[in-house]
Design a binder for this molecule. Structure first.
Ligand SMILES: Cc1cc2nc3c(=O)[nH]c(=O)nc-3n(C[C@H](O)[C@H](O)[C@H](O)COP(=O)(O)O)c2cc1C
Length: 155
């Protein structure tokens, strides 16, 4: 399967998970491209105060995994903007992962997943699942490995 991992990462955490996911998907026999959404404007991005300078096209892929941080108890505004212009995903599988700092409920993880899932389904994708990685939690590396394993198992 040809998979695209499409991410936004401001400080590198989401990129780190994406690189690991790419490596494991390739070991499972998939062809994988990792693409990043980029912006101009200051970070952290504030809604209405940045432009997307790279908008990866999911069109080539059989399946797409979106990766994004939480920002201000919600999906990062860069990924939100990207999803607004998402083309049709009919016939594609989709999944996502979220990185966040706070190890407590109601701090944006589920909210972020819901936004990505809704956007994917509204474009016709078959949404297979999501993982949330809490950066401040103990055993972070194990948590990343577990999340990556579960994501790989979706495809
Ligand atoms: C401006 C800002 C707001 C944030 N808000 C939240 C938040 O509401 N909840 C949370 O759990 N983490 C929050 N974080 C932490 C990031 O989600 C976390 O560090 C994430 O892994 C960063 O991913 P990145 O390195 O790929 O940019 C915030 C970070 C920044 C910079």
């Amino acid at each position: 399967m040809h998979l695209g991992i499409i991410i936004y990462s401001q400080s590198g955490n989401t990129r780190e998970v994406a690189a690991k996911l790419k490596e494991k998907l390739i070991s499972s026999g998939h062809r994988v491209d990792l693409e990043e959404i980029t912006i101009n404007g200051k970070t952290p991005a504030q809604t209405g105060q940045f432009e997307l300078t790279a908008k990866p096209d999911p069109g080539d892929y059989d399946a797409v995994v979106f990766g994004s941080p939480v920002q201000a108890f919600n999906l990062n505004p860069v990924m939100r903007r990207y999803l607004e212009q998402l083309p049709g995903l009919k016939g594609k599988k989709a999944a996502c992962f979220i990185t966040k700092h706070l190890p407590v409920k109601w701090s944006g993880g589920t909210q972020a997943v819901n936004k990505i899932q809704k956007a994917c389904e509204s474009k016709g994708a078959d949404f297979k699942g999501a993982e949330i990685i809490i950066w401040s939690a103990g055993q972070k590396q194990d948590n990343i490995d577990q999340a990556v394993k579960k994501l790989v198992a979706l495809f």
